[in-house]
Design a protein around this ligand. Sequence first.
Ligand SMILES: *[C@@H]1O[C@H](CO)[C@@H](O)[C@H](O)[C@H]1NC(C)=O
Ligand SMILES: *[C@@H]1O[C@H](CO)[C@@H](O)[C@H](O)[C@H]1NC(C)=O
Ligand SMILES: *[C@@H]1O[C@H](CO)[C@@H](O)[C@H](O)[C@H]1NC(C)=O
Ligand SMILES: *[C@@H]1O[C@H](CO)[C@@H](O)[C@H](O)[C@H]1NC(C)=O
Length: 381
Amino acid sequence: MTMKAGVGLLSSLILFLLIGAVFTQRPRPKKPTRRPATTRRPSVPKPVTPAALEPQEPTDFPPPILGPPSFFPDCPRECLCHPSYPESLNCENRNLRAVPVIPQRAHYLYLQNNYISELTAEAFNNATDVRWINLANNRIQKIDKQVFQKIPALLYLYIQRNQLNEVPSGLPTSLEQIRLDRNRISKIPAGAFNKLENLTLLDLHYNQLSDTALGKGTFKDLKSLMQLNLAHNVLKKMPSGVPSNLIQLFLDKNRIEDIPKDYFKEFTHLAFVRLNYNQLNDKGVPKAVFNVSSLLDLQLAHNQLTVVPLFNTHLEHLHLNHNSIENINGTEICPCETQADLVDDSLVPRLRYLRLDGNHLHPPIPMDVIMCFRHLHSIVI
Ligand SMILES: *[C@@H]1O[C@H](CO)[C@@H](O)[C@H](O)[C@H]1NC(C)=O
Ligand SMILES: *[C@@H]1O[C@H](CO)[C@@H](O)[C@H](O)[C@H]1NC(C)=O
Ligand SMILES: *[C@@H]1O[C@H](CO)[C@@H](O)[C@H](O)[C@H]1NC(C)=O
Ligand SMILES: *[C@@H]1O[C@H](CO)[C@@H](O)[C@H](O)[C@H]1NC(C)=O
């Protein structure tokens, strides 16, 4: 029952996020720039959309909220600067349309939940020590390359829930985490992730990436990458050239039909693989492809499998719900053949959690299978 409640909560959360995404992605009229655009060429006029369809400006962009006078003379009026946190600049939820001029002392920039549509370099002229930037939930479409030259020590860049069409170029090589999820990214410029040797997290979920957008060399320099999230894109193939130190690979909600036989061979630390909501059938899943001894959690829900794929005895969580599984062959999924296996605990499968609901199971699961999974904690049928 708790399981069901959890799933219900998750789906309402997903629904909530979907509504949020639709809400924040309404087309906006282009605003005139507020500062003189010294380096930009005059832009080609865009075709005008009928005014009647556009949301009205005043309701769209409420005026920026100004804070009280600050202890710090360099604190932008639109932000809060706490005397006890001189390295933080809190400008979130202030109806901002542009990044204020960042004072030199700032290491942590909180700029999320505003109406910022463009990042220009001037605001960052003095921001040489910035480590973290949170720009989530703005309307960013454009980022000057020079922005990143001004902030060479940047570690975290959170820019999810914006309107980017491509991965920004010129990212600082110091980066450790970048969140680009919930944009409209369909393109990764060549070399966008080159030299990011310390990047551990790359989140690109909920974009419009197709197989052609991911070249063989896209991820090649990401030697430290541990988490790669490409869920909710339009991939038909497994991404190639994924760094072998990866721990977590999320590919849910794509259109993947098959997995190359040796796809997971090179990975030595891979523990979490999610391929829920794809188009995998038995033919697309080579027999031992998931026999990876580092794997702890494998999620293959909402695909088209009719048999339980072979998995390693180290696997602890297996999600196979909502496939087309009709029969379970006990000797295949739990090969506890000899009495010795049962005596030597290290040979007993470590499976703790198994989901098989939403399949077409005819006979009940054989008792010897249940007995074989001696560590099984819960099973959802
Ligand atoms: C940058 O910092 C210097 C020295 O602290 C200051 O004189 C200058 O006005 C600052 N520039 C901006 C754009 O804030
Ligand atoms: C990566 O991290 C190491 C250790 O913190 C550091 O010495 C190195 O300079 C970093 N690399 C880049 C490109 O920032
Ligand atoms: C699965 O991998 C283990 C090593 O982790 C190996 O001993 C076993 O033979 C493999 N099984 C198959 C069917 O490939
Ligand atoms: C289960 O799988 C084993 C090994 O592949 C095979 O020998 C056996 O006939 C299968 N049993 C059933 C009932 O299909």
